[in-house]
Design a protein around this ligand. Structure first.
Ligand SMILES: [Zn+2]
Length: 178
């Protein structure tokens, strides 16, 4: 019995010290997916705790913080594969950037283009109205957007060329990945 407990403690310690010891996640996998509550990313990929780095944002889109996180994951944390998951009926297809900007301007009554995008990096602002609209990253075709996200990652100079990168569309209607 005590041997069983010792093993459990050692296993837990190995999990705790993973980053210190340079141990990758179990599947050497980084997943980018939409934050949408209808996507059970772990379930659809058969992931258990410890298996993958999972980054979720509005749309499952390659933003600067996705690049930051993926660059760290593949270059320093042992990750070899990236999976992108976008989905049908995504909220990012229901409005255009311009409409979102106008709605925020009306709601807060401020010069929204001057808002800090990252409070920890005050120099990061997009004062060009067109760029600020595009920052919201709305899209029209989920298939096209998936292809584009995979291309962004495959072509990024800080992501090694031997990283396996694929994209999938999750169909909310059928609960299937394609
Ligand atoms: Zn979505």
């Amino acid at each position: 019995m005590s041997q069983h407990i010792d093993e459990a403690i050692q296993k837990h310690e190995a999990l705790v010290l993973r980053r210190q010891r340079g141990i990758p996640n179990n599947r050497r996998l980084f997943v980018l997916a939409c934050m949408d509550e209808r996507l059970d990313v772990e379930e659809m990929l058969g992931l258990q705790p410890g298996d993958a780095h999972i980054f979720r944002n509005a749309g499952g889109l390659v933003t600067d913080d996705v690049i930051r996180s993926a660059v760290l994951s593949v270059n320093f944390f042992g990750t070899k594969e990236i999976i992108v998951i976008n989905h049908t009926e995504c909220g990012m297809m229901t409005a255009q950037g311009r409409e979102i900007v106008e709605a925020l301007r009306a709601k807060f009554n401020i010069d929204v283009e001057r808002v800090q995008l990252d409070p920890s990096l005050p120099e990061r602002v997009l004062t060009d109205p067109d760029a600020f609209e595009r920052w919201f990253r709305t899209f029209e075709s989920v298939d096209d957007v998936t292809v584009a996200q995979v291309e962004y990652l495959r072509n990024h100079p800080l992501i090694p060329k031997d990283t396996v990168i694929n994209g999938y569309v999750y169909e909310v209607e059928s609960h299937r990945l394609r």
